[in-house]
Unconditional design. Sequence first.
Length: 359
Amino acid sequence: MSDGVRTEMRGAVGVVTLDRPKALNALNLEMCRRLLPQLQAWRADPAVKAVVVRGAGGRAFCAGGDVRAVAASMAEPRPADAERLSREFFRAEYTLNHLIHHFGKPYISLVDGVCMGGGLGLSLHGAYRVVTEKLVLAMPETGIGLFPDVGGGWFLPRFPGESGTYLGLTGARCSAADAMWLGYGTHFVESARLETVLEALVGAEWGEGLASAVVEQVLKGFHADAGTSVLATQHVAMDRCFAAERVEDIQQALEAEGTAWAQETWATLVRMCPTSLKVTLRQLRMGRTRDYDEMLSVEYRLSQSMTARADFREGIRAVLVDKDHKPRWHPGTLGDVSEADVEACFASPAGDELVLSRS
Ligand code: QUE
């Protein structure tokens, strides 16, 4: 039984293969529970010089968290232990993100194909992200009534200018060139050469020196030009329109902008969950000045309040179950989402905080 994850040692390299290809390797609780102790053991073992993470099946690195299972557990009428999967899944996922963030050894993600939401949580927090021409990168949670989690409140405000605000609110998809411009990608390698990259890492002479120097030497040998980033060409307009403190003002700025990009972006925003948009903008502004560990605690609170809302089940229905892509949000407009509604989503559930420390 692989439980959705295969792990093996190859020479001095620990290799993780996310192996749920039919679900685009979406991360479920069992996978988190397999990965946590394995990564902890590899981190503590001096014989392990580096960790490589990749996705099976050739289409995806990881499409996100298994939000469909969480939504199913929240179905009406609620079973007595309704919130349990939501609590345990987000706890396990964010604990894993935290471990990767503070891993302390070269952690190399080979991101070949779809990488969304939870997939960024498994890759971005490591030291190296090798991207390919097949990359499709996005934080699409506002489209399912959630918010950009797995540390998004920390990393999105640290992307250039307002690009993270744009990506977190709209769920826009990025290419490999965009990912390199953002700083998500550290290296671009043709998809067909990834197996050779892994072999080169496995065959490397690690010696007694810095493992990161060895990894960089190897990856440098495969790095190629990713081409032109479309996102980069929009960045002045993005900074102009997404700097506001209210989602309504961002929409107004897009209307005033008058370009095709601004019209498309406006049309995307009005389809997203209004409560998600307001919660997300507040989360991203908060994350500008908070550290990473603090933001994960904030996001844990948000995960519990947002998955308890009907918009989450409606978003999953519209995007992943019926696939009609016509969600009916409640409240249905930004104007109907009050400050108090937004504030309430940030409140901590009684006796259920996620407190993570460096270890
Ligand atoms: C937002 C998300 C996710 C999403 C779509 C969104 C997400 C996720 C998946 C997904 C996609 C394909 C699968 C699957 C899950 O889609 O987190 O099992 O086969 O996992 O708009 O956050």
